[in-house]
Structure formats: structure tokens, C-alpha cells
Design a protein around this ligand. Structure first.
Ligand SMILES: [Zn+2]
Length: 249
């Protein structure tokens, strides 16, 4: 038995030469994400609001969760994907549970060419792939735009306006928008605008994490709230039915 354990350990140590050897969250010596940081990534989905946008969020973008998400998105730490995929799946499940039965397509926000060049992968699509979900690639960037990171709320809103366009006529198709971080809501609002401009409707939205709320009193988590917000925000209300399995297109 000790021999077997030792062989396993050697194999893992050899692997550690090829993959990161520090936790993506706290930097402690570990082969991927340490147990404490995995615990910080335990999903607790709730409905979050930003202006006209509402989305189910699994995590707060703070502490270890923010560190792991940042390392995964911009530090090439794709080894940290497993707990993030689990959290995103929980957020999506919560969004779907709040909707009537039926079918919905998952729609992600396309990466800019610059972000794709820098990262070499699309972070949200890669997490969805781990969840067995293939998003419908119905949106594309309408023009070159700067990445949203590092911009203030007004700059983000301006930057996002008209940034996306649908690849096709979306009449009769309903979507669940999925993104990684809900900050001002500008990105999801733009995705919803592009979908509805092409005749589609947005049933709900789900994100991995939300930045800390400045108005915690506005946090609501009920189907009624989602319906109200959906109708107020031009998300198309709830005129149809939505449920897994996902359709890909
Ligand atoms: Zn850690």
C-alpha cells in the first residue's frame, strides 16, 4: 500500500511539473485550487439586479472567488475550471427553475478578437462545455471595442452600446443569457438588446459571479420579481415556456 501511495504521489508530482503548483485562489502550494478556496466557490445562486438587468449569480466576486475567477480568465489557469463550472451550472439551474417548462437556448457574449488573442480561449464557453452545454452562437461583435475591464460605469455603458449584433433572424427563439461577471449589467443589457433587436426574446440571465452590491436592499429572489423585472426591462416578459434540455444552433 505505501508503495502504491508513493507511486501515485510521484505521478502527481511529475504532473505538477507540467501544471501550476500554487492554488489559483490563494497561492498556497497546491496542484490547482486548494480545499479552502474550493469551499469559497460553493455556489449560492440568487437574483441580482443592475439597473434594467437582472441575472442569477452563483458567487460574490470577492475574496478567493474573485482570485480564482481572475486567474482562470486572465491568468491562463484553466486548471481552475472545475469548481467554476460547477458554480455556473448552479446559477443556470436556478435561472431555469424560476421559469416555466419549455425550451430555451443558451446564449453567451462573444469575446472580442483582442480578448480571444490574449487568452486563447473563451472562458464562459469553456465552462459551459464542462457542463455539457453548447451555447447558440447567435451574437457577434458589431465592431471592434475595448475590453470592459478597468472602465467606469458610464464608459462601460457607452462602450457596450451597439457592440453586439445577431447573426440571424431570431424570431420565435428564446434565450438564457450566460456571462461570467455581472458588474454594471451593461454587457448583459447589450446582449439582450441585440437579441430582441433581431426578434428573439430573453427569458432570463445567469452569471458566475456578481460584484458586491452597493444597494443590498434591492436584492430580490423570487419568481414574481424576475417576471416584473423581465417585463420592465424589455426582456420580453414571459410569453413562452423555458426548460432544459438546451437546444444548440
Ligand atoms: Zn487556495
Amino acid at each position: 500500500m505505501p508503495a502504491l501511495a508513493s507511486v501515485r504521489r510521484s505521478a502527481l508530482d511529475a504532473l505538477a511539473l507540467l501544471v501550476p503548483v500554487a492554488c489559483a485562489g490563494c497561492g498556497d502550494p497546491d496542484r490547482s485550487v486548494c480545499p479552502a478556496c474550493v469551499a469559497a466557490l460553493r455556489p449560492a445562486p440568487r437574483l441580482a439586479h443592475r439597473d434594467a438587468v437582472s441575472a442569477w449569480a452563483a458567487l460574490d466576486y470577492a475574496g478567493a472567488a474573485a482570485a480564482v475567477i481572475g486567474a482562470y480568465k486572465d491568468g491562463a489557469r484553466t486548471d481552475a475550471a472545475a469548481p467554476l463550472a460547477e458554480a455556473l451550472a448552479a446559477s443556470i439551474a436556478a435561472a431555469l427553475a424560476a421559469l416555466p417548462s419549455g425550451s430555451v437556448e443558451v446564449c453567451t457574449v462573444p469575446s472580442t478578437r483582442a480578448a480571444m488573442r490574449r487568452r486563447g480561449y473563451a472562458p464562459v464557453d469553456a465552462l459551459l462545455a464542462r457542463c455539457g452545454i453548447r451555447p447558440s452562437r447567435v451574437l457577434r461583435p458589431a465592431r471592434a471595442r475595448d475590453d470592459q475591464a478597468g472602465l467606469g460605469a458610464d464608459a462601460r455603458r457607452l462602450n457596450a452600446q451597439g457592440a453586439l449584433v445577431a447573426r440571424a433572424d431570431l424570431r420565435g427563439r428564446r434565450f438564457l443569457l450566460v456571462d461570467d461577471i455581472l458588474t454594471t449589467g451593461a454587457t448583459l443589457a447589450e446582449a439582450a438588446r441585440a437579441v430582441t433587436a433581431a426578434g428573439g426574446s430573453v427569458a432570463s440571465a445567469a452569471v458566475l459571479a456578481q460584484t458586491p452590491l452597493r444597494h443590498p436592499g434591492r436584492l430580490v429572489a423570487s419568481r414574481d420579481a424576475l417576471r416584473d423585472i423581465a417585463s420592465e426591462s424589455g426582456y420580453g416578459g414571459r410569453t413562452g415556456v423555458v426548460d432544459p434540455p438546451f437546444r444548440s444552433g
